[in-house]
Design a protein around this ligand. Structure first.
Ligand code: ZN
Length: 133
């Protein structure tokens, strides 16, 4: 498999409306809009930086994965996403290498991406997302 770049950093926030000021007003990043992914009970907001992006994640439901993350760990970096050319091939290869996959098959993410998560138990504690666009 080939990792092409860091696609984005996913950051859990209580509220995108309140959380976005640092990224826009202080750092001067462009706010590329929000998108809700109901299947994951999350609303995302993207802020492009060069070749990568910051992704703010706000839960749409108290039982969503981001709500649970905030409860356990508080706001902060929740995942790192790597862009790959062929997501199915990458998942096959990682499985062969004994990496625990949260998603055995790609699912739909924000921005029309196909994504899959790797289990932090296999990555030294980091929730890793692979994405293909
Ligand atoms: Zn992400």
């Amino acid at each position: 498999m080939k990792v092409l770049k860091i696609d984005h950093l996913g950051i859990a926030v209580k509220s995108i409306r309140e959380g976005k000021n640092f990224w826009t007003d202080v750092l001067g990043l462009e706010f590329a809009g929000t998108e809700t992914v109901e299947a994951q009970k999350v609303t995302t907001a993207f802020f492009p930086i060069g070749e990568s992006e910051i992704e703010l994640l706000e839960s749409t439901s108290p039982d969503g994965p981001i709500a649970k993350y905030l409860e356990k760990k508080g706001a902060g970096i929740q995942h790192i996403a790597f862009r790959v050319g062929d997501l199915e091939a990458a998942l096959r290869e990682l499985k062969e290498k004994g990496i625990r996959l949260i998603d055995e098959k790609p699912r739909h993410g924000a921005g029309g991406a196909r994504i899959a998560f790797l289990h932090p138990k296999s990555t030294g504690g980091v929730l890793v997302e692979l994405c293909e666009r």
